[in-house]
Design a protein around this ligand. Structure first.
Ligand code: SAM
Length: 252
């Protein structure tokens, strides 16, 4: 039997997975290694993390990264919500966990909008880490993060993937403004060479011959070129969510 770490290595090396049907699948829509390492480091750096939840398992990479550290802890439990695990993903995510000897997971085969309120009914503040990587619309991300905030204990961590996508980023920035959260860390992706070339070319074209346009375009271009895209973020819940009924921010 492989360990979760060995399973992770095998998946990245072969980029192929076997589903419950016995069919082979090519790896896609999966967490990359840098994000996975970041997720694993959140667990590794906080020995109080034992009860975790994730929305969106797919081929199980995020689950494996989280569980590789959890496996070393007494009383570990990992809850996985994914309505399409046995259909779109041919059960491969859970099969990977089974084949890596992970026995402490609970699988909820429901959409998060139905599963999360049921889990919340069992009690608030019961989770140490919630990872959101499900359906990436603005409203669904808001909904997942809303329940995650209620489910996390003080000191718990909310991690969100794909924040470079506009709807996910917008929703995430709203939560990042909550007084109960502070940013624990991010995974960024610097702009690729082709993107840099397009920005430079566009800015030069905008600058034309006008002196001020040139100055403005040069400074804007530097900002755009230097600004790394945030791909994943981890927010730490540092207090109870005590916002007043009329709390709002425009800053997202
Ligand atoms: C980007 S993939 C997740 C990738 C995965 N975390 C990994 O490490 O590779 C998105 C996942 O969200 C699931 N999903 C889609 N709609 C959902 C919903 N309403 N509730 C929960 N999960 C959902 C999909 O089935 C898919 O597994």
């Amino acid at each position: 039997m492989l360990t979760p770490d060995e399973m992770i290595e095998r998946i990245y090396a072969t980029r192929r997975l076997t589903g419950r049907s016995g069919k082979e699948h090519e790896l896609h829509s999966a967490l990359d290694r840098e994000k996975g390492d970041f997720l694993r480091s959140i667990v590794a750096n906080d020995s109080e993390i034992v009860t975790t939840l994730e929305v969106g398992c797919a081929y199980g990479l995020s689950s494996l990264f989280i569980c590789s550290e959890l496996a070393k802890r007494d009383g570990a439990s990992h809850t996985i919500i994914d309505p399409f695990q046995n259909t779109d993903w041919d059960g491969a995510g859970l099969l990977n966990l089974d084949n890596a000897g992970v026995k402490f997971y609970t699988f909820v085969e429901e959409r998060s909008e139905f599963a999360l309120p049921e889990i919340l009914k069992k009690g608030e503040g019961r989770f140490d880490l919630v990872f959101v990587d499900g359906f990436h619309t603005f409203d669904q991300t808001l909904l997942d993060c809303y329940y995650a905030t209620r489910l996390l204990r003080i000191g718990g961590v909310l991690a969100i993937d794909d924040v470079a996508l506009l709807p996910v980023g917008r929703a995430t920035r709203y939560f990042a403004e909550y007084p109960c959260y502070e940013t624990l860390g991010v995974v960024t992706e610097s702009r690729s060479k082709p993107a840099k070339a397009i920005i430079s070319k566009t800015m030069k074209a905008i600058a034309g011959r006008d002196r001020w346009a040139k100055v403005i375009s040069a400074s804007l271009s530097k900002k755009l070129l230097d600004h790394p895209r945030v791909e994943m973020i981890a927010l730490k819940k540092i207090a109870d969510d005590n916002r007043e009924w009329n709390w709002y921010t425009d800053n997202f």
